[in-house]
Write a protein that binds this ligand. Structure first.
Ligand code: SF4
Length: 104
């Protein structure tokens, strides 16, 4: 989770975001977590962001927050928006597959 002004305001008023205080990205360049594109130069930014996430002590909480709040853009918990979209799709389709229902 990149510490944006908006999220900082949220965290200040929400004890559930205590984990944010330990975020490894607090002093990182926010732009690398929100590249303009996942391709071209954006790939380098994503790789740098993921390096920071890899050593972040609150990675799990960050990813849970991103999934719970439907964060569409940016790198959260070491995942890109595309990776989170695939994860959500997989979670949504597993029960249907277990029950033998077709995905739809
Ligand atoms: S997992 Fe990554 S984006 Fe989330 S708080 Fe940690 S460093 Fe920031």
């Amino acid at each position: 989770m990149v510490i944006t002004g908006l999220l900082s305001e949220h965290a200040a008023g929400d004890a559930r975001l205590d984990w944010w205080q330990a975020a490894a990205c607090r002093t990182a360049d926010p732009d690398i977590f929100f590249p303009v594109s996942a391709h071209g130069p954006g790939q380098h930014d994503i790789a740098r962001a993921k390096e920071i996430c890899a050593r972040c002590p609150v990675r799990r909480q960050c990813l849970q927050f991103a999934l719970a709040t439907h964060q569409v853009h940016g790198v959260w918990g070491g995942t890109t928006e595309e990776e989170r979209r695939l994860e959500m799709h997989a979670v949504a389709t597993v029960p249907a597959q277990r029950e033998g229902r077709a995905e739809g």
